[in-house]
Ligand binder design. Sequence first.
Ligand SMILES: N[C@@H](CCC(=O)N[C@@H](CS)C(=O)NCC(=O)O)C(=O)O
Length: 230
Amino acid sequence: MELYIGSKNYSSWSMRPWLVMKHFDLPMQEHLVAFDDFSADGQFKQLMSLISPSGKVPTLIDQDIVVWDSLAICEYLAERFPEKHLWPIDKTQRARARSICAEMHSGFSTLRQYCGMNIEADLRFIGSKLWNDLAGLRADIARIEHIWAERPEIHGFLCGDFSIADAFYAPVVMRFVSYGLPISEQSQQYMQNILTNPAVIQWITQAQAEKQFVQHQEPYRQHREQFLRS
Ligand SMILES: N[C@@H](CCC(=O)N[C@@H](CS)C(=O)NCC(=O)O)C(=O)O
């Protein structure tokens, strides 16, 4: 199976199915298509429009089957490898896992808009300002913390063992770290569970090594001084 992903520093949607495939040791040939300005004649769009109907990452190719969109890919993998239990075995937890993935997939717009994933960057200077200024951001984070607090075991994952649900919330953990957002102790415990996962460590290490910065993904890096003064 071939998984097309974007730059590891930025591509939160790519991180999700990649983590699932790594964590569950699924056969994967990875193709990293580095982010550019996403213009129609740029390398990213030129390649991805040949691979995927959406022209976006992530996209999975399994022989003659093409699956695009992170959630669709994870559902496809769960169906393709039922013995791996990518969704929780327990029916109640499985329903919860599906619900919180769908909630992540379609929600948390303020967090997504203002705190794009940027693993390599230290954005704590802007994180505290965003936290103070944006009620929507505080509401998104409160909801995420509530979801995390409902995990069955404090030392465990969101719905028991590591599942697709954790892969869906891992990029949020990356954002909480980069932007230094004020998170409860209980949530920090969950963040540690994610940050010590071997697949997550591998993604972070590779993201930090990339050092290929793209302007439209960097609303803050260039303006650090200006933000600090304002
Ligand atoms: N809902 C999609 C979102 C995919 C998406 O927006 N991918 C971004 C990278 S993280 C992309 O390829 N952007 C290129 C573009 O917008 O043209 C998913 O879950 O896979």
